[in-house]
Design a protein around this ligand. Structure first.
Ligand code: IPD
Ligand code: CA
Ligand code: CA
Ligand code: CA
Length: 262
């Protein structure tokens, strides 16, 4: 697959940040960790990866703005372009030595998501997508799964950490979903949940209580893998709603109908 110059910029940045995360993952017990909330952690690894992404992306595209999880909003001189960055998606996994985490970088142009890169450095799995150009995992073209019979489907999800979000609502939804599907997975990194859905590993995925940086790159990935993505209530404002529901058209619809009963 021949990558565009833009995707090359994104890939170089995430690979560099990925090397830093891999080093820190090897010495996770020595990392400085602080709390943003009761079970909302941020470590020196999150900040270091974010700094690398900020430097690399600003060097190559100096006029673009940023929305980053740890640093927040950084205005650019060109209001048309904005990077949406999660430097370490799956911090809880990372700090527990669970190798399911990723870097997620998306580009928004005039309010539209146009490119996304999600990289798990431990598995060396690089997911890339650009609007109109398809989605790829390590240069292999991705398609969402074709199953739509819920009883055969494995569904990804996530639920709020301690002190955040509505556990009752999640349990009500999960209970209904559990009665219909083959299985539910909670892997702990929303960007990877979307990438894995784009790759057909999950038949569908839903989660509430997310932020723009958890979802932005994954949304491009799903669409470019031929999938459909809405918020968890079927609307089209995922980033604003902070929720997502993704899969092939039919399974997304069927799962949405189950969630609507909760
Ligand atoms: C978290 C992960 C998790 C999801 C949380 C996110 P972080 O991101 O994506 O799977 O359930 O809502 O906050 O904090 O590890 O980047
Ligand atoms: Ca976090
Ligand atoms: Ca995240
Ligand atoms: Ca994060």
């Amino acid at each position: 697959m021949a990558r565009s110059a833009l995707l090359n910029v994104m890939v170089d940045a995430v690979r560099k940040a990925g090397r830093a995360l891999t080093r820190d993952f090897g010495e996770v017990e020595n990392l400085q960790v602080s709390h943003k909330g009761p079970a909302d952690f941020v470590s020196a690894a999150d900040r270091k990866a974010e700094q690398i992404l900020f430097e690399e992306l600003s060097r190559v595209r100096p006029t673009y703005g940023f929305l980053m999880e740890e640093r927040g909003v950084v205005e650019g001189s060109d209001p048309a372009f904005r990077w949406i960055v999660d430097p370490l998606d799956g911090t809880t996994n990372f700090l527990h030595g669970i190798p399911i985490f990723a870097i997620s970088v998306a580009l928004e142009r005039q309010g539209q998501l146009v490119a996304g890169v999600i990289y798990n450095p431990v598995m060396d799995e690089l997911f890339v997508a650009e609007r109109g150009g398809g989605a790829f995992l390590n240069d292999r073209r991705l398609r969402v799964a074709t199953r739509s019979n819920l009883a055969e489907c494995v569904i990804g999800s996530g639920f709020p950490f301690l002190g955040q979000g509505d556990h009752g609502r999640f349990l009500a939804e999960a209970r209904l979903v559990m009665n219909e599907v083959a299985g539910i997975r909670r892997c702990g990194a929303a960007a990877l949940d979307l990438a894995w859905t784009a790759a057909g590993r999950f038949d569908a995925y839903w989660e509430r209580g997310l932020n723009a940086w958890d979802m932005a790159a994954g949304i491009v990935m799903i669409r470019e893998a031929g999938g459909f993505v809405t918020d968890a209530d079927g609307g089209d404002r995922m980033l604003e709603a902070g929720s997502v529901l993704a899969g092939n058209e039919e399974v997304r619809k069927r799962l949405g109908a189950v969630l609507a009963k909760a």
